[in-house]
Design a protein around this ligand. Sequence first.
Ligand code: PLP
Length: 383
Amino acid sequence: MHIPLLDLEAHHAPIQKEILSAISHVVQSQKFILGEEVSILENHISSYCQAAYGIGVSSGTDALLLALMGLEIQASQNEIITTPYSFFATAEVIVRVGGKPVFVDIDPISYTIDPEKIERAITPRTKAIIPVHLYGQCANMQPILEIAKRYELSVIEDGAQALGATYADGRRAGSMGTVGCFSFFPSKNLGAMGDAGMIVTNSSSLSSQLRTLRVHGAEHKYYHRLMGGNFRLDTIQAAILNVKLKYLDGWTKQRAHNASRYETLFKHTDLLETSDVILPAAMYANTGVSNHHTYNQFVIRAQERDKLRAYLQEHGIASEVYYPIPLHLQECFENLMYREGDFPESEKAARETLALPIYPELTEKQQHYIVENIRSFYINLKR
Ligand SMILES: Cc1ncc(COP(=O)(O)O)c(C=O)c1O
């Protein structure tokens, strides 16, 4: 059996006609740049996220970059607090606007930034916090928002992996902070057929500022009030996303269904009792607070992770490590002077975590095969 990490062919097959017709509509209109499909998507995504405004942009990375530019966090030595356990772009954009990333370790259950550790990282130069809603569940936002309010900091939600995720109190990812940033990279729950992203916000003035920055800082063509860039979302990508958005809740339900099926299958082995495998949980450590997970990734902790991954690969099962090197140990951040041991939970997660296939079209038979192979790996290991 061959099981990919994501099966885009199976994912797109049932809606291919609809997508081609949406693309064809854009081709007929010839409005390739900021056509009406972009504003339709902006309205749909902002209301889906319970936010007032949506600004379609070229990628999730550019959403974060533009958000920082819009919040004018450019001056050097401005510090921005974030997690070292995320995709590289989260910290990269801070350096690109001239700021300094300050890392704070993660909560070991949700893998999101640990609010209890944020306050001691704040200095007079701190300007913002970027919590990342990793793998499809929200960071523990309430304490983060309280800290941000106390110290007058902006909060930029990196929701790239978590469109539609809901925090404990029912608020949607992206609607809680100053801005929310999303990616429509093809592997996301709502994926484009290329790069695309979105910023959502409840601030009318920030929304106008971001729209201006998106087109080289010009409110009127060729009259540049600000230094911006080309951060526009393609009309064709927006048209594809408008088609796919209708199916998103169904796909997310299917992902959650697959997650609970994994739970049942693992419970029928002794892997959880022996702690060879620890399953993901939609909650935060020591808080009793749970949330709604959208399972962009189903990430387990596994003893002998790298050997398990190789074994699964030999048996035709794809898996992935998100992320093998925490950001504070990346070569390009050497100048930040972090050392191994600075963020033990992030480093431990980088050693132990493994993403298993969780895509909506994954079948029961395939999940059986995956769990059975994980079981046989540990039986062989202990022989
Ligand atoms: C947490 C996180 N932030 C930012 C990004 C960047 O998004 P994009 O690839 O659309 O630029 C990603 C994409 O994988 C991500 O997972």
